[in-house]
Write a protein that binds this ligand. Structure first.
Ligand SMILES: Cc1cc2nc3c(=O)[nH]c(=O)nc-3n(C[C@H](O)[C@H](O)[C@H](O)COP(=O)(O)O)c2cc1C
Length: 390
């Protein structure tokens, strides 16, 4: 592992922070691009009231020469840990309540949330500390960290984007277009879906769930283009790129399934209809040379492997599909037990999203970018961007 990051902070605390270690020196950080990704995570049809309060902006507190400094290194990483901070604007509404101790104890665990297991695990008589940290507010910090990874990848012409393919059982027909065109169509839609016809039905499903006091999940796809051959490795389980991507994406709250390429569809067909056949590009095209061995330039007739074979990138776009369960907090109460009294009861509503699949797809981009940046650094080495490029 070349890169690592930690986040800290509660959903209704003063801020989220992140420390990112291992970025090479000399990377020019584009703060506006980080803020743009933060805004993309906050958007999407079906979000709750919290996102109307927050206007996420990142502050960089370390590891970068201040952009106001003189010289060509201004705004560039130094190789030291990069410290990030995102203020919680909602803190202003909560600070006095925390201080006055007027936050009621939460003792009725919500099915599908971290409340029950967290209370029992940490011996707590109140679920609040659990939900404060389990809340997906933490994913704002991940998106900021992922934006740094995207900027490192962009220096090597690797791009990462996403789109939504399903919400609440409404399945989109994804047009057969290059990834960048799908990303552009997704960007223009508030459910981040490239199928215009499905967009209306997805919004209607979210409206219906809202009216019914319910919540929805769905499916999104993250694609990375320009990934060179040979990131990850077949030699050990924990070096396999597919395993690392799956772990990173499933670590996003509420993501419960991950496929590399159309894995479940592939499982329904024989090998001759699944595996991506090789094709010689052209007799005159350049040979690829590595370690003194030259390789003729080849391409594939399809990409059903999702860009990974033997735990290594194979030069095709990397395609990661993720399933998000419906949001656990529902306006309609679910059966539970009050852990303070032992009495059967129903859940109490906390302010919540109805559907966060579009937002989760932006978090998915961040996690995929993070894993790819780590694997790229592993492959190229280097303490500075120029060393890495060499
Ligand atoms: C972007 C995003 C927003 C979310 N918003 C909510 C929310 O408003 N209410 C809620 O109960 N869960 C929400 N979740 C899901 C919970 O955080 C998650 O289900 C919970 O922490 C339990 O973890 P698990 O589902 O991974 O088991 C959201 C998840 C993501 C990725």
């Amino acid at each position: 592992m070349m890169l690592r990051f930690l986040t800290a902070g509660e959903s209704h605390g003063p801020c989220l922070t992140a420390i990112v270690e291992g970025l090479p020196a000399g990377l020019a950080l584009d703060v506006a691009a980080i803020n743009h990704d933060l805004a993309r995570r906050q958007g999407g049809y079906g979000r709750g009231g919290r996102m109307k309060i927050e206007r996420d902006r990142v502050e960089i507190l370390g590891g970068v020469i201040p952009s106001t400094s003189a010289g060509h290194r201004a705004g560039r990483t130094t190789g030291a840990p990069v410290a990030l901070r995102i203020e919680n604007r909602d803190w202003a509404n909560w600070r006095d309540r925390w201080a006055a101790g007027d936050l009621p104890r939460l003792t009725v665990p919500r099915p599908g949330h971290a409340d029950y297991a967290g209370m029992v695990k940490y011996g707590l008589d109140d679920a609040r500390p659990v939900l404060e940290r389990a809340s997906a507010r933490e994913t704002a910090a991940r998106v900021a960290v992922g934006a740094l990874a995207k900027q490192l990848l962009a220096a090597f012409d690797v791009a990462v984007g996403s789109y939504v393919t399903e919400i609440g059982g409404v399945v989109a027909e994804i047009p057969d277009l290059p990834p960048a065109e799908l990303w552009a169509l997704a960007e223009a839609s508030d459910v981040r879906c490239p199928d215009e016809e499905a967009v209306g039905r997805m919004r209607a499903a979210i409206d219906a769930a809202h009216r019914a006091g319910d919540s929805l999940g769905g499916v999104f796809v993250v694609v990375a283009t320009g990934v060179p051959v040979g990131l990850g490795s077949h030699v050990h389980w924990d070096r396999r790129l597919d395993a690392r991507l799956a772990a990173a994406v499933v670590s996003i709250p509420a993501i419960k399934g991950v496929e590399i390429g159309p894995a479940f569809e592939n499982a329904r067909h024989p090998g001759t209809q699944v595996h991506d056949e090789f094709e010689r590009i052209s007799e005159s095209a350049d040979q690829q040379v590595n370690g003194g061995t030259s390789f003729p330039p080849v391409t594939r007739t399809s990409n059903r492997a999702g860009g990974i074979e033997g735990g290594m990138s194979n030069g095709q776009p990397i395609v990661v599909r993720a399933a998000m369960k419906p949001i656990p907090t529902t306006l309609t109460p679910l059966r539970s037990v009050d852990l303070a009294t032992g009495e059967p009861t129903t859940t109490q509503y906390q302010r919540s999203d109805v559907c966060a699949v579009p937002a989760a797809s932006v978090v998915g981009e961040a996690m995929v970018a993070w894993v790819l940046a780590d694997a790229l650094l592993e492959k190229c080495g280097g303490d500075s961007l120029t060393e890495m490029a060499r």
